[in-house]
Structures are given as C-alpha cells and as structure tokens.
Design a protein around this ligand. Sequence first.
Ligand code: SF4
Length: 291
Amino acid sequence: MSSGAKLIALIEATLRAATPEARDFFAREHEAARKLLRAGQSAAAVADVTLRAADRLEPLVADLTRAHPPACGAGCSRCCHGLKIEASAVEAVAIAEFLSGLTPDELAATREQMREEAEYARTLDAGARWREQVPCAFLEDATGECVIYDVRPLTCRAHTSMSVERCEAAALDPERRTPIDKHLVPASVFGMAKAAITMACAEAQLDPRSFELTNAVSVALNEPRAAERWRAGERVFDAAVTPSDEADAELSLRDLSRAGLLPAASLLKRPLDRTERNAAKRERRGRRQGS
Ligand code: SF4
C-alpha cells in the first residue's frame, strides 16, 4: 500500500467512527483544501493551504473554548519540550515562506542552522526526545516564545492542556509518562483539519506525508524550488525522512488506537496483543465511567 493510500485508509477508518457533525466539518475542510490546492502552483499558494485553515479555525476554537478554555497560560512552553513535532509539506513551505522575510544574512544563517538542527534531529527518536525533554528548535530560549508562532504547524495548535499540574508532573518525571489532560476541542478541530489537508493532497497525487519538523523545514528552505517541485508531484521531501519515522509513527498509531481514538488496529503492522487490548478496554471503560 502506498503512503498516500495508507493515510487515506486511516483517515477513512477514523471518519467512520466520527459523529455526523465531525464528518460535516471534515467535508468542509477537505473541500477548502482541494480548492486551495487547485488555486496555484507557487510557494505562496502552497503555504495558503494550511495558513487559510489556521486563520479560519483559530477564531472558531476560541469561540468553542470560551466557557472552558485550556489551562495553558501566556508564555508557557511546556509542550514545546519533549515532543516530536511533525509538519506536512504545506506546513514546511509556509514556515519557509515566513522565514524568507528575513534579511539575506539572517536567511543564510537560518538555512545553515536548519541543516544542523535537522542533522541532530535525525539522531533522536520520539522516546529519546521525551526522556530528555528536548526543546523544539523554534523555541526562543531567552523568552520561551515560538519564533514561528504565526505559521506554526497545526499539530502545535492542537496541543493544549486542561491541567498545568499534569504537564509539569509529566515533564518532571518523563519515565512515568503521566498522561497530559488534552483539551479536546483544539485537538479535534486542528487534528481534523490536518487530516482533511492530508487527504486532499493524497487525492491530488501530491506527497501527503508529515515529517519531523526541522527536517521538513530544512528541505523547504534548502532544496531549490522545493514548494513548486512538491506541487508538481515530485517527492522532494524524501530527504526529510528520519531513521526513526516509521517506528515513531507506528508507536503513535498504537497509542491512539489504545486510547480508542483510532479504530484502525487492523491497519497497524502488528495487531495489538492481548495486554494492549486489555489496556485499551480499561481506558475505554474508564472514559465511559468518567463521562
Ligand atoms: S513550532 Fe513553536 S509552538 Fe510548535 S513546538 Fe516548536 S516552539 Fe512550540
């Protein structure tokens, strides 16, 4: 199965278990992404596919969370540590377009820095990142701010928490893997939007994969005409694949499946074993009792 076909199958499996409202939302985002992909071939047009979705959905999420907002306070960058953030081609292009506004000297330095960050990232799998609480390359150490905040990936927008205490406990003792109490509204809205863009890309025979963030941005910044070549169907982002991507993706699918968020265990390479199935059942039972 090609990567595009596999991603479409996963998204379709998730949609089958979604509510009618969620499916309608997905259909609208999918249509918006298809239209934008048809709108142009330039880097700016490619970037628009994700930036327009973010512009449209940020106010919606703000509205939907007004009564019960996330606990994340201004300046908190807890979730910018320890996670393997991924970016699709359109997101990497949007970040590269944003950085292209730097002065020529700054841009040259950023290109070099991205090459080095990408090389370092290739030595880390998701487990090592978490254990060592590795900060994101785009986090400004001194201020704790994201230097690409306006164009950050949808995955970053999806990550918010209902409990600062849980985030701190998780970071203080990474080995315990304290579950983060994620706010479900941003997670669902931006997660669905990302899935809709992924599906629109796959259907248009464009590389729909997501890649480790710094490797994806390094390709978008350093490969000549990366955006236009991706838009023409070239797999220019093959260079962004890292040695642990496959194992990390498998682990992440397994976590989602175990949590009952992805009814696609049969699509995994290895079906869940009995211990994992029992853990999944316990989690689902716990959620039902808690709701
Ligand atoms: S891109 Fe920005 S928001 Fe996302 S993890 Fe990195 S610093 Fe945090």
